[in-house]
Design a protein around this ligand. Structure first.
Ligand SMILES: Cc1cc2nc3c(=O)[nH]c(=O)nc-3n(C[C@H](O)[C@H](O)[C@H](O)COP(=O)(O)OP(=O)(O)OC[C@H]3O[C@@H](n4cnc5c(N)ncnc54)[C@H](O)[C@@H]3O)c2cc1C
Length: 263
């Protein structure tokens, strides 16, 4: 989905596919594309037209499958990231890339429907991964609070540390239940847009707080790469950005509530 000039605003994409007989001719660039280094094919969302609405022009979007090595399609190296250092992100470049109509996934102009099904599942995955990592961080911090002694006693006996542990586990449990509840709604076929956004928002922000507090409990050792905490802390950062930033999740949540009352 993502392009250099179109991130949160997916419909602002400039990558276009123009009809030419039975084929489509694609031009444009995508960036931040996970896993493309290893992929045999990519799933790509491309503008296939524009409608005029009350709010101005609105792009129609179609989903395509494109094979690695297809003429006119290149997978180029992406950027180095502080989060997920072992995880590649790539640039996809299309230069008069000719695709037969049989490579459309779903319906022509129905890309948003495909995208939304996908984003529901990935947002729950972000929430679940955040909960899992936070539990591992919690275990490490709890053990350190027992093992580490200062002023002649376990640091976990200082209220300044023990209250952090209490807040951490409470937030982890809350995120866990939000995640399970939203996944249950999706499984049951119930409306789950707001609930999934709440789970993604809360769990990813919880993970950042828990990782940060765990480092505080470890003092200087928390920042050293002898322990896994600095990596958890770095990796936590991206969870509030990909699959829709925290701000976009807040937008989804508030819009869902306001719309129900005619807002
Ligand atoms: C490591 C990594 C891997 C990724 N993998 C993929 C991938 O495989 N496929 C893919 O398509 N994308 C991928 N992404 C892209 C990711 O989904 C986008 O980075 C994300 O959607 C945000 O877009 P942006 O970075 O362009 O930020 P922008 O959209 O430019 O946002 C910049 C800031 O403005 C805020 N903002 C924007 N609009 C609003 C608004 N309406 N209200 C309030 N605040 C707003 C944002 O919240 C953010 O704080 C990946 C990103 C990263 C970092």
């Amino acid at each position: 989905m993502t392009e250099p000039d179109a991130g949160s605003d997916v419909r602002g994409m400039k990558c276009t596919a123009r009809r030419d007989g039975d084929d489509w001719v694609v031009n444009g660039t995508k960036h931040f594309i996970s896993g493309a280094l290893h992929a045999d094919f990519v799933i790509v969302f491309i503008a296939t037209g524009e409608d005029m609405t009350d709010k101005g022009p609105k792009k129609r979007i179609t989903c395509f499958l494109v094979d690695r090595g297809h003429p006119g399609f290149e997978i180029l190296p992406g950027y180095e990231s502080v989060s997920h250092r072992g995880y590649d992100n790539m640039i996809l470049h299309f230069d008069d890339c000719r695709l037969p109509n049989s490579q459309v996934l779903g319906e022509v102009d129905g890309g948003f429907e495909v995208m939304n099904t996908w984003l529901y599942a990935t947002r729950i995955t972000v929430a679940a991964m955040s909960v899992g990592r936070a539990r591992r961080i919690m275990d490490i911090a709890l053990q350190y609070a027992v093992d580490r002694k200062q002023f002649g006693q376990q640091i976990g006996k200082f209220q300044g540390v023990s209250f952090k542990l209490a807040d951490m586990v409470t937030e982890i449990d809350a995120a866990d239940w939000l995640t399970l509840a939203s996944a249950w709604r999706l499984d049951e076929g119930l409306e789950a847009n707001r609930e999934i956004a709440s789970a993604k928002l809360y769990a990813s922000e919880m993970l950042a707080r828990v990782a940060d507090e765990a480092i505080q409990i470890h003092g200087g050792m928390g920042l050293m790469n002898d322990l896994p905490l600095e990596r958890f802390w770095r990796d936590a950062r991206v969870e509030r950005i990909w699959d829709g930033t925290s701000e976009i999740q807040r937008h989804i949540i508030s819009r869902d509530m306001l719309r129900r009352l005619g807002g």
